[in-house]
Design a protein around this ligand. Sequence first.
Ligand SMILES: *Cc1c(COP(=O)(O)O)cnc(C)c1O
Length: 364
Amino acid sequence: MGEAAAGQGVLRIELDAIVANWRDLGARHGAPCAGVVKADGYGLGAVPVARALLAAGCRTFFVAHLTEGFVLRAGLGAGPEIIVLNGFPPGADEQAGLMPVLNSLGDVAAHAAAGRAEGRPRPALLHLDTGMSRLGLDAAEQAALAADRSRLTGLDLRFVMTHLACADEPAHPLNAAQAARFAEAAARIAPGVPRSFANSSGLFLGPAYRSDLARPGCALYGINPTPGVANPMRQVVTLEVPVLQIREIAAGTTVGYGAGYTAHGRLRVATVAAGYADGYLRSLSGRSLALFQGRAVPLIGRISMDLTTFDATEFPEMRPGDRLMLVGGPGNTPDDIAARCGTIGYEVLTALGPRYLRAHVGGA
Ligand SMILES: *Cc1c(COP(=O)(O)O)cnc(C)c1O
């Protein structure tokens, strides 16, 4: 673990908790789980996260972009499967042993033709859209492929996959509809090919959502995959940021841009070295808190690009150089923070900026 520079925040990432979450999800699934490490491992560091999962037995990783795949391959070496969800750009050749997801009939045609030309089937995943209307073969493309499966000649299909739209809402009727569409289409188009179905929340929906390879992401990182029910996952991150200055201001004095906060009486203002440029979302202005020695310190005023102010009046012992925990701790998880500003824990994590020292601990 590196040393934080003066004034630098420390994002601490418990690799053992990520591994424990992965094992727990695998046990619930009763079948293998991949590790989804797109967006730099949801902001926490794709390579260290994937190395820890690899050491624990994970053999398949999902990224979104080809460039993320290159970084991960360089970090992991040969061996584990690395699958690129967004596919390869047109004309891209086989890339560092990475595997593309084929998201359209055009992708199928291009990769199958290349495989036939090379006389060596191209490994790939086939993505069937069953309700997202985003990527993946739509219903018409699926019908065309089912009617002429010779189009798959030249491909070594490792998995056929689909993605749930409403897995975090167990009662949503689209879940069962997607399960039925997937089962039916996969049997027609790719009989005998292993299937990949559930994301984190999908793992909790029951046996109809089991497959040969689940694709959990958020739950690995401690985000609650079962909203409305107690979080079954272990927490993974804390973010501690140093106090740069503390000052006393008089009643009537304002704090920050827009004079967004006015002191009602004498007030101690603690200014910390993180702002919206670091992913401390500006929409949290006036509606979040940090923890100091386990106690809540209210956020006051507007979050600036590089600085945020807190009301330290109740903490006469706080000094510059002390650290406030902006993320993590009881009542201040990424999900808690997301709820205060109308977003989801995924966004809180993936927004975490590059200026923090990422301190990965455990995971040997
Ligand atoms: C991001 C993603 C996942 C992981 O989803 P979580 O909700 O984070 O578990 C799985 N599959 C696909 C296709 C994805 O894009």
